[in-house]
Ligand binder design. Structure first.
Ligand SMILES: NC(=O)c1ccc[n+]([C@@H]2O[C@H](COP(=O)([O-])OP(=O)(O)OC[C@H]3O[C@@H](n4cnc5c(N)ncnc54)[C@H](O)[C@@H]3O)[C@@H](O)[C@H]2O)c1
Length: 353
């Protein structure tokens, strides 16, 4: 069988992770790059050795030679591009979040069913080797039933601006950008229980804090402090049908002493810490044990995560395995994220049937 021909749509920041991972996969021919900013597409195509450059995604999708695409564009275009790609007979790896609304996510799921093509959602943390280590312990029933999880991703100063802070293009702020990873990794390790109810809060109190001097932070390429229509921070308590619960908080700006990332899960037989550092907690012979796996990186290795995600996607396209992050999971995540926004707007808990 020949090599899998790949097109990458959206040639901004995260596209480098996709492009370099495809480039180092020997079963792939990195074939085309597309961006509405053609200069950017051309620059990336040259850097990674792709033969074709496109300025609009429909022309790329019309290219019969392409087997599969990565979609690395702004959130609000994920659904439109993914649906068109599936209908054009391509397999799809779409960056998180799957979409910006539940309705779009449902249409995407429907199109996957109609076309029989594969859609993998870019829940990159699922593909991290540290996640796989913990999954082994969970699957061997060494943690027992996980009944509680909590996750935080707090930036005290880190609103990237540009499209990230324009709700029309992003669909939301830190919740849809950072919270999606935090909630998904907990939900995945908890065994994907059905959501029962959500109580969420979002706050727009501090703005983007562009007034702060002498402290640098990541800015989108098109940073503009004038545009900010997203929340500063969000928190939620999510209750599942099996009785388990998940508490989460995330921010772009907050009067916090320092940035913080933590992901912790608690079961009947043991506990797990994914972040800030891989750790397994248990009890044996009336003694509590805190165990530290001896691995290369105790925290999320970004590049390795993407390489694993893309290697996995390639095997899925070649029919050799199944995706770890199917469209159904992307849809469930959209229900949770949109549920948090809805609960916050209504000022009350919302329930799911
Ligand atoms: N998995 C992760 O950890 C992770 C990290 C960062 C970003 N992302 C996701 O990746 C996506 C892109 O983020 P980014 O930081 O690379 O943004 P970016 O602004 O740096 O790049 C996006 C690119 O897409 C292009 N684009 C937008 N709409 C297009 C369209 N309709 N057709 C063609 N090109 C189009 C833009 O011109 C831009 O070059 C977002 O969905 C974001 O949530 C994921």
């Amino acid at each position: 069988m020949g090599k899998l021909k790949i097109g990458v749509i959206g040639a901004g920041s995260i596209s480098d992770m996709h492009l370099q991972s495809y480039q180092s996969n020997e079963r792939v021919e990195l074939y085309a790059v597309c961006d509405k900013n053609t200069e950017r597409a051309e620059e990336k195509a040259n850097k990674y050795g792709a033969a074709r450059v496109y300025g609009d995604y429909l022309s790329l999708l019309a290219d019969q030679d392409i087997d599969a695409v990565s979609i690395c564009t702004w959130n609000h275009s994920h659904a439109e591009i993914a649906i068109a790609a599936l209908k054009a007979g391509k397999h799809v790896l779409v960056e998180k979040p799957l979409s910006t609304t539940v309705a779009e996510a449902k249409q995407m799921e429907e199109t996957v069913k109609q076309t029989g093509k594969i859609l993998q959602v870019g829940f990159v943390r699922r593909y991290a080797s540290n996640t796989a280590i913990l999954k082994n312990f969970i699957d061997a029933d060494e943690i027992g039933e996980i009944y509680y999880a909590k996750a935080s991703c707090i930036r005290r100063l880190g609103n990237p601006g540009g499209w990230f802070s324009d709700i029309e293009r992003s669909g939301g702020g830190p919740l849809i950008d950072l919270g999606v990873h935090m909630i998904d990794i907990c939900w995945y390790l908890m065994g994907k229980p059905r959501v029962k109810s959500i109580s969420g809060n979002t706050y727009t109190k501090l703005g983007n804090r562009s007034n702060i001097n002498n402290l640098s932070f990541y800015k989108a390429a098109d940073y503009n402090p004038e545009i900010n229509t997203v929340e500063d921070m969000a928190n939620a308590l999510i209750r599942f049908e099996n009785g388990a619960s998940l508490m989460v908080d995330v921010s772009f700006t907050l009067h916090a002493k320092q940035n913080e990332i933590s992901v912790k899960l608690y079961g009947e037989k043991g506990g797990l810490e994914v972040e800030p550092e891989l750790s397994i907690i248990t009890e044996k012979h009336n003694t509590i044990l805190n165990m530290t796996p001896q691995v290369d990186s105790l925290t999320f290795d970004f590049e390795q995560g993407f390489q694993n995600e893309i290697n996995h996607f390639v095997l899925v396209c070649l029919g050799e395995t199944e995706t770890l992050s199917p469209v159904e999971d992307g849809l469930e995540m959209m229900k949770i994220l949109c549920g948090i926004y809805e609960s916050s707007e209504k000022g009350m808990e919302i329930s799911f049937d």
